[in-house]
Design a protein around this ligand. Sequence first.
Ligand code: NAP
Length: 255
Amino acid sequence: MLLEGKKGLIVGVANKRSIAWGIALGAHREGAKLAFTYQGERLKEPVTELANSLGGNPPLFDCDVTNDPQLDAVFQGVKEACGGLDFLVHAVAFAKREELEGEFLPTSREGFRLALDVSSYSLTALAQRAAPLMTEGGSIVAMTYYGAEKVIPRYNVMGVAKAALEASVRYLAYDLGPRKIRVNGLSSGPVQTLAARGISGFTDMMKVVEQKAPLRRNVELAEVANAAVFLLSPFSSGITGEVLYVDCGYHILGM
Ligand code: NAP
């Protein structure tokens, strides 16, 4: 029970395949009490159904991470429902479909702005509001990908957004360290999810990993979730500003 008595907010559940949901299951198993956000009315019912399957009617909040008044309302709601917060999981990203195929070169100004607003700035926007609730210290984990560091064809503007996300992890870790709040990135290998299906050639990415990664397979959602639980728990108390790879070793390769 690594998270016994801890209260956490999970941002980014769309369905049962979502990485955020995998992490929620892991955190619940380890004794955490959870609250969730969902993006818009469309996702209210499926996310409510999933959340309620954990028992105890977890608090749920409508949250588009680009909407500041809505973000304020979410954290006001978390304060009222939970009292405080021990951890936050950031698992949201978005880019226009046309920016995730072909070359990076034609990326539009609006596509760039949108991808970085939803996928990168949102971490800072959430951390600003979560930190005052983390009065006993806390842990923030953001989902990232290797395309932040190396060129992954067709990942394009999302790679730039993840680079900004990882830099934000480091700056937030520096600012929040004195308040005993740790901030880390978790870089997952490819996992079949709704967001992943928006990246053209995603299935090929999975095949390459299977052939080349040291473990000769793709990572499983439960493995990503277990690593997230570690980063959220006191077992990682000395780690902040880090990006932990959970990718069957793929990122160590030079060729
Ligand atoms: P997912 O299930 O589709 O989750 C993505 C979530 O982001 C969805 O709940 C989505 O809601 C939400 N979202 C998008 N725009 C939003 C906005 N403006 N406000 C609030 N929420 C918004 O896909 P996933 O693969 O689990 O993605 C979770 C995180 O893991 C992302 O940061 C992704 O980049 C990262 N990651 C994924 C992989 C992978 O291979 N799957 C690998 C490494 C890292 P809607 O469905 O309504 O858009």
